[in-house]
Design a protein around this ligand. Sequence first.
Ligand SMILES: *Cc1c(COP(=O)(O)O)cnc(C)c1O
Length: 367
Amino acid sequence: MPLLSALRRLGSKPVMQDWPGLIEAYRSWLPVSAATPVITLREGATPLIPAPVISERIGRSVKVFLKYDGLNPTGSFKDRGMTMAISKAREAGSEAVICASTGNTSASAAAYARRAGMRAFVLIPDGYVAQGKLAQALLYGAEVLAVKGNFDRALAIVREVADSYPITLVNSLNPFRLQGQKTAAFEVVDALGDAPDWLCIPVGNAGNISAYWMGFKEYKAAGRSRTLPRMMGFQAAGAAPMVLGHTVEQPDTIATAIRIGNPVNKENALKAQGESQGAFMAVTDAEIIEAYKLLGSGEGVFCEPASAASVAGLIKRREEVPIGATVVCVLTGNGLKDPDTAIENNDSKFHTGIDPDTATVAQVLGF
Ligand SMILES: *Cc1c(COP(=O)(O)O)cnc(C)c1O
């Protein structure tokens, strides 16, 4: 366990307090200079959690880990890209940023932009953003426009606005986003000591899978890992353009974070799939919810429905996993973002209207 002994050497001080955020931690790997003002909320350094229940479900002596990026400052991996995008926008003298968002990009853009003293404009598909994400964008002080159209339409609009006015686009078309996001791959390799055999990841706009692949390749080229993973990208069946090979005009899924029909990073993602001998596959909403519940009640990890697509996909394709393989499933967002889905989809017993006395409580408990 080289990591543990390294941590012990640091003494009894809580290590996490020294974490400077991912730009400082991985500065030499990122396009920043002494002139870049680092806008950080100490994002990154998220845990890689062993998943014994899911490992058991896969069988074949496979070891499954969860890269829980829902523990970033605004509750999703988008913070990795946003610390870079906003720092670089600030460096360039920008005073406002804009994005289209299924929710998490808007929350992250708002937090980092406001921390940098910039205005944040966010366009969201009216009625298709989880409550927690909307709450965040509003609380962080963004100017929120709910557009009567889907994500793909909102993105087309913000691209035009950013072309015509002095506003920086911070969707994953912004190359600094992927630069920041690639650090998640660095962290996985730093924790495991090598790349995993499979990297399972939900795919919406296909930026994150592209960023991970860039990170794994850079680390391998520098001798930090011996191997590269197969990139396994999972989409919701109702929003699976990478699987179908064409745009989906009316994407539809309970996993609103990946409700995207025309991924802007599809070329990069196809390259990742080809170079890594990976695959794009679809999982149904029912499979996503089953994995979501298993993560919660089996592993004690609460993620978003979109995030659970990575685990749903792994379970669906378990027969193809090599015996003894190490698999990392990326959990992209925190479950607290979307409490409605959790309350409507669980197998727990919820007894209401209980009389406030010990005898009644004991009886309900079955004693
Ligand atoms: C943005 C997001 C995704 C999809 O990532 P892409 O880079 O768009 O493929 C998946 N899950 C969550 C929770 C997200 O916020």
